[in-house]
Design a protein around this ligand. Structure first.
Ligand code: RI2
Length: 302
């Protein structure tokens, strides 16, 4: 297997590359490297398996790998350099479409934000951040509340990125969310997603489900920002998704005490007001229809 594929898989495992979208893009780029190096289906399939095994809870990763293999498969009758040239073109088009998707989501998401809104976000989602920055760039004077996202503190990245963009940003510890929604007068919650199931349940950074419950209690709208890459034809319900448990040393070491460190949790569709996708704003219950129309239950060319 190409050294670079293994290197990228290790970076995803160790979270040097992280974020559901970024790991998918890194995997596609690694597969592109295999094609550039003259690899064909056997090499691509082996590389894809290695990459898919690197993180279990974000469906964006296997979806992106499978779709890249599907593109290559469509070219496998081509001989010699023709396979390489055509597959590279297809992969580059795919990467471009992923860039377009996040821009569309930013436009659609910014449309639901009002001037003066206070928005709470969790962890570090490029997709959610793109919406917040777009709303700010449109002149909406928003304020953002970020969580820390223990144990790895990805929320610090979000806070830095938003503050550097000029957006007034407040950081709270994860357990202050219930307080923050009330005391800081939060109007909306916008989070990213790692996987969206066919029934509209959302798998995202651990803590998301609790935030959704707090938002529900305070009648605050709860939005998920995710491109169709995150939709899982294989996962009917959130409880069927394998939740990644990470090294407990990320949390603490207390001799004689068992520590658990789930990376994600499942927010049930009933607590989600809408999912912001590149196809538009949709109720979570419509996930089934998007999957059926776009993929026909299989990963096919969008
Ligand atoms: P984008 C992250 O996972 C967070 O759960 C975040 O909400 C999600 O990916 C989506 O991020 P991790 O890699 O794809 O930090 O929107 O475990 O960037």
């Amino acid at each position: 297997m190409a050294d670079n594929v293994d290197l990228v898989a290790k970076k995803i495992e160790s979270m040097k590359v992280r974020g559901a979208r970024d790991i998918a893009i890194a995997a596609v780029e690694a597969l592109r490297g295999v094609v550039e190096g003259g690899g064909r289906m056997p090499e691509l399939t082996a590389a894809g398996e290695r990459l898919k095994a690197s993180r279990p809870s974000a469906i964006s990763l296997p979806n992106a790998v499978d779709y890249t293999l599907y593109l290559a498969e469509g070219n496998k009758v081509l001989k010699g350099d023709d396979f390489r040239v055509k597959t590279l073109r297809d992969i580059n088009d795919y990467l471009r479409s992923l860039n377009e998707s996040i821009k569309k989501i930013a436009d659609i998401g910014a449309g639901i934000i009002k001037d003066g809104d206070v928005i709470l976000t969790h962890c570090n989602s490029d997709t959610a951040i793109s919406i917040l920055k777009k709303a700010w760039d449109e002149g909406k004077k928003i304020r953002v509340v970020c969580t820390e996202a223990r144990p790895r503190h990805q929320g610090y990245l979000t806070a830095r990125q938003l503050a550097d963009h000029g957006i007034p940003t407040t950081l709270v510890i994860d357990s202050a969310v219930h307080w923050a929604i009330k005391a800081l007068s939060v109007d909306k919650v916008i989070v990213g997603a790692d996987t969206i199931c066919a029934n509209g349940d959302v798998v995202n950074k651990v803590g998301t489900a609790g935030i959704a419950l707090c938002a529900h209690e305070s009648d605050v709208d709860f939005f998920v920002a995710a491109e169709s890459l995150k939709f899982s034809p294989q996962s009917l319900m959130g409880k069927m998704v394998k939740i990644e448990e990470r090294d407990t040393k990320e949390v603490t070491e207390l001799p004689g005490v068992a520590v658990r460190n789930p990376g994600f949790d499942v927010t049930e569709s009933q607590y989600i007001d809408a999912i912001i996708t590149e196809e538009g704003l949709m109720p979570p219950q419509a996930a089934y229809h998007l999957l059926k129309e776009k993929y026909g239950w299989e990963l096919k060319k969008p």
